[in-house]
Write a protein of this length. Structure first.
Length: 331
């Protein structure tokens, strides 16, 4: 599907973009890959990595600017929406800015994609959008709902919108692993000993996006099955036998990550490697094409990091860290 196509990724200079772009160029050989973001320095640095690849283009712009989005989307077939205000405390203290990017930006992108006749859009979501306890999660839940509903009014262009949702990306910039590594000669700050997190690699996140593009009929939320880990085990993997210090949960932070809430269970189907939440609107949750041989989960089902059936061992994370030292925290 993606072979020979034109693909645009918003927020493309972030962690996801640094992995999605080279993997997609290698696997699908798209005709054009457009990186749309507002940070000129990140684009300047990223451009050096692809200076000999004529398929890669850079476009300065902000998802808050609908006109600029429309210009960038001209001739684009597929879009990955990764642009967002993501840091939980930052969103709590700067709520207006978070809403402008995560909600208004989503609305702008939906309208612009429909107007420009984009074929398919996959938007990135977060565990924090499931039963949100902070502003970031609330804005991403709103964004998810907007993308799902976008399928209802895409009109004759028939632009399709779907969502992928995943939790803590291992080793990404600003995440817990590079933070712990930067503190290795100091006590590691732990918010709460009971805290758990889902663990997913960027490569797994890219694979889920590829799957969504192939499988989607519009309105689905894709959730990959991934292992959980306790925060103290993550600390042990980074600094064996190291000292820890309990510092308390930050504003808006959850004790556990949740990908699928009990309210979504009636519309959720299970597959070998993932779950799929189907839209409750328009009867789409009963559409055989969207269900596609899935098995409906039990009533009351919750997919949460503390009750997960799959857990990552300390040794497995330590091995992953040792094999990925060169890129942890770099992107």
């Amino acid at each position: 599907m993606l072979e020979g196509s034109s693909i645009l990724i918003t927020g493309g200079t972030g962690s996801l973009g640094h992995t999605f772009i080279p993997l997609t160029l290698k696997k699908y050989n798209p005709r054009r890959m457009v990186i749309f973001s507002r940070d000129e320095m990140k684009q300047w640095e990223m451009a050096k990595l692809f200076k000999n690849d004529a398929r890669v283009r850079f476009f300065i712009g902000d998802v808050r600017d609908k006109d600029r989005l429309s210009r960038a989307l001209h001739g684009i077939d597929f879009v990955v929406h990764a642009a967002a205000t993501k840091i939980v405390p930052t969103a709590e203290y700067n709520p207006f800015e978070c809403v402008k990017t995560n909600v208004f930006g989503a609305m702008n992108l939906i309208d612009a994609c429909i107007d420009q006749g984009v074929k398919k859009v996959v938007a990135l979501s977060t565990d924090k959008a499931s039963s949100p306890a902070n502003l970031y999660g609330a804005t991403k839940l709103t964004s998810d709902k907007l993308f799902i509903s976008g399928n209802s009014y895409s009109g004759i262009n028939q632009t399709k919108f779907s969502v992928v949702r995943y939790g803590n990306v291992m080793g990404s910039r600003g995440s817990v692993i590079p933070f712990f590594l930067s503190q290795k000669f100091l006590p590691l700050p732990i918010t709460d000993r009971r805290m758990t997190r889902f663990m997913i690699t960027l490569e797994q996140g890219v694979d889920l996006i590829w799957h969504a593009f192939k499988d989607m009929h519009g309105g689905e939320i894709y959730v990959k099955k991934i292992p959980s880990m306790g925060i103290c085990d993550i600390a042990e993997a980074v600094s064996p036998g190291g000292e820890i210090q309990i510092v308390g949960i930050r504003p808006g932070e959850k004790l556990h990550e949740q990908m699928i809430g009990v309210e979504d269970a009636p519309y959720t189907y299970e597959y070998p490697g993932h779950y799929k939440i189907l839209p409750a609107i328009n009867g789409w949750n009963e559409d055989p094409l969207r269900i596609n041989n899935g098995t409906r989960v039990d009533d009351g089902f919750i997919y949460s990091s503390d009750t997960n059936s799959e857990w990552m061992k300390v040794e497995s994370l330590r091995e992953w860290i040792n094999n990925n030292q060169c890129k942890i925290g770099k992107i």
